[in-house]
Design a protein around this ligand. Structure first.
Ligand code: BTN
Length: 321
């Protein structure tokens, strides 16, 4: 139905079409037409509505131009194979399926919309159509399994540097890998790895960047804690440009990591962190833990000074400060 309605609007961009005309053409009620138009609006289509004249389509949501992105990429492997979808449940699920069919390192899976985007700790990730970058990258790092947390921090560094360079917005990293601007979340990273015994087989690096969402695009319950690049910058941000820069930055840091180890990534992470030198707390199965974040160790764990002066390490969780 949405497809048929869109086709009629696309063939009549110079005309207003009344609810009555559309309902006759599509054999449904005017209320059904109105509901479909509202749904299309939520997906980024813009309609002008004039009483007694009807509706006219003004613009369609911008789609990622994959051939153009490929031609601008200067990477060796990252994004050299791209699987692009209009809609998937979760790009991490698609990537997991693809890797089993032999998907190679650097393959990018990207979708305009996710219907069941997944966040850390079983949370949902809101991924409306055409408004963000919802993507997963297949990685086959040559590292021991227990080094996998390094990659989480590495992806956060690449993303934070990209956002800063491209938008000049003051993005910072909240341990381990949330990206915040003025305390509000702009991006999330979900790494999923597969290993046999101690041998790491592959990692799926899922990255969600809220690029051009407006406040009304967010469910009410996250409106106060989430933001987008467009909201912060006061103008739309080009998704393709952001993607090209991110893949390039990520590949170059990934090479540095394989050649020089975690030390240079750790330095960059510390410089971009908004969690260090702050009082922090987290809910653990043993109850509330509190302390003062003083740094990260060589495994990527957060080093926290407790009230009695002793140092402890937090390996996972969601911190608040
Ligand atoms: C978090 O902050 O909780 C992590 C969010 C990760 C979201 C991205 S969007 C692309 C990829 N596919 C998913 O289902 N999740 C990740």
């Amino acid at each position: 139905m949405d497809e048929q309605l869109l086709q009629i609007f696309e063939e009549n961009t110079d005309k207003f079409l009344s609810g009555e005309q559309l309902s006759v053409k599509l054999g449904c009620s005017r209320t059904a037409i109105w509901k479909h138009i509202e749904r299309l609006r939520q997906e980024g289509y813009v309609f002008e509505a004039v009483s007694r004249k009807g509706y006219r389509m003004i613009s369609k949501p911008e789609k990622l131009d994959i051939p153009n992105i490929s031609s601008r990429l200067t990477t060796e492997t990252f994004g050299r194979h791209i699987r692009y979808f209009d809609e998937v449940d979760s790009t991490n699920n698609t990537a997991n399926a693809l890797v089993k069919e032999g998907g190679v390192e650097g393959t990018l899976i990207i979708a305009e919309k996710q219907t069941a985007g997944r966040g850390r700790m079983g949370r949902q990730w809101h991924s409306p159509k055409g408004k963000g970058l919802w993507m997963s990258l297949i990685l086959k790092p040559r590292i021991p399994l227990h080094f996998t947390p390094h990659l989480t921090l590495l992806v956060a560094v690449a993303l934070c540097r990209t956002i800063r360079q491209l938008t000049q917005l003051p993005a910072g990293i909240k341990w381990p890998n949330d990206l915040l601007i003025d305390g509000k979340k702009i991006s999330g990273i979900l790494l999923e790895s597969s290993a046999e015994e101690e041998k790491l087989h592959h990692v799926i690096a899922g990255v969600g960047i809220s690029v051009n969402l407006q406040a009304e695009d967010y469910p009410e319950e996250i409106r106060g804690i989430a933001t987008s690049l467009a909201i912060e910058a006061g103008k739309e941000v080009n998704r393709s440009e952001l993607l090209v820069h991110f893949l390039q930055e990520l590949e170059s840091l990934y090479k540095v990591y394989h050649e020089q180890g975690f030390a240079p990534i750790k330095l960059l992470w510390e410089a971009l962190s908004v969690s260090l030198n702050k009082a922090v707390r987290t809910q653990s199965p043993q109850g509330l833990k509190e302390g003062f974040a003083v740094g990260i160790d060589d495994s990527g764990a957060l080093i926290v000074r407790q009230e009695d002066g002793s140092l402890t390490k937090w390996y996972s969780g969601n911190i608040e400060f």
